[in-house]
Design a binder for this molecule. Sequence first.
Ligand code: NAD
Ligand code: MG
Length: 387
Amino acid sequence: MTRRLSLFGATGSVGQSTLDLVRRDGEGWQIAVLTAHSDVAELARLAREFRPDIAVIADEAHHAALREALAGTGIEAAAGADALVEAAERPTDLVMAAIVGTAGLAPTMAALAAGHDVALANKESLVSAGALMTAAARASGSTILPVDSEHNAIFQCLAGGKIDQVRRIILTASGGPFRTMSAADMARVTPAQAVAHPNWSMGAKISVDSATMMNKGLELIEAHHLFPVGLDRIEILVHPQSVIHSLVEYIDCSTLAQLGSPDMRIPIASALAWPERMATPCAPLDLPTIARLDFEAPDETRFPATALCRAAIAEGGARPAQLNAANEVAVAAFLAGRISFPAIVDTVSRVIDGYAPAVPTSLHDIFSVDVASRAAAQHFVDQFEHV
Ligand code: NAD
Ligand code: MG
């Protein structure tokens, strides 16, 4: 049976992997919406191939170019933040939220409020507004299907028991490209080194987050919202091979794990097909070749980001939104060559120490905290840049 899919962030790493699966499973999907930030040529190319009802370019400066590129196709061309929200509300069977950063929050919230099931890759939206998002899903009856490989793994392992019988969730982490590097050497790493992840091929922002371990901290917050077992029951375990994507331990000491090749098309396919399964072209696990799986405790001295995230979600309120916004600014500054690698987490930590935002009760409150935290982070970035 054909299902409708609305894809937000079509030109990104997760977006491309999603379309790769759709392309191979051509009969199964009708694309309703495709969106991108500013790459009109690529969005138009994808729109011509997948024939959505509407293509949305987030950056309004490109509206005319998109209209021109889609002239004569019958595909609607829209632009801007409001158009993204409007597109998210349109009838569909599944929304894939694969925009990076807080930019994905408004459309994802709109999709949940409209009652659509959401395959969620955009972890930053859940970090910033987890309570509001899960409440919106509950109110409308929509399901959030985690795409992040660890959360997809946990989601699958939770099918083997009841959430109130979980003793521990173990969130695995590769440790990133600098897992064994000294703090002194990390002070000199370049953006190119930071985005070269040993196991996964991903967008630039999440690759830097993996290198700082901020990604695992954001994922801890994400897990806390998706699987409310209590923060002290979610642990982080470094597992350099990225074969076990996470584990769930039950009260009887049975531990279930989900394993697979480090290929995002596997968790994406799981979310797309849920509660069924779909075939993928991914490499099956070759355990004799992998031969061994290693585990180690995280080193929160060299990688303080996970502890920052745990403290932020323990405090709750707008702390995670503040942390996330500061991190987005700091990562962009690092990628632009403006600040050093250790200055990323330093910036986040200073923004958190700088002020305590009021507890948010609306999306508007979250956006206010987001704006203020970005400004504060920018201030520290400017200072770091000049030392
Ligand atoms: P990416 O940078 O490759 O792609 C991001 C997408 O978002 C692009 O389509 C881009 O056009 C769009 N976008 C960027 N800024 C935007 C803006 N301001 N407004 C509207 N659209 C905008 O990122 P990615 O690696 O595909 O990651 C997407 C999300 O999925 C992130 O939240 C990331 O943490 C999460 N995720 C990614 C992976 C992975 O393997 N890449 C794994 C787990 C989770
Ligand atoms: Mg992940």
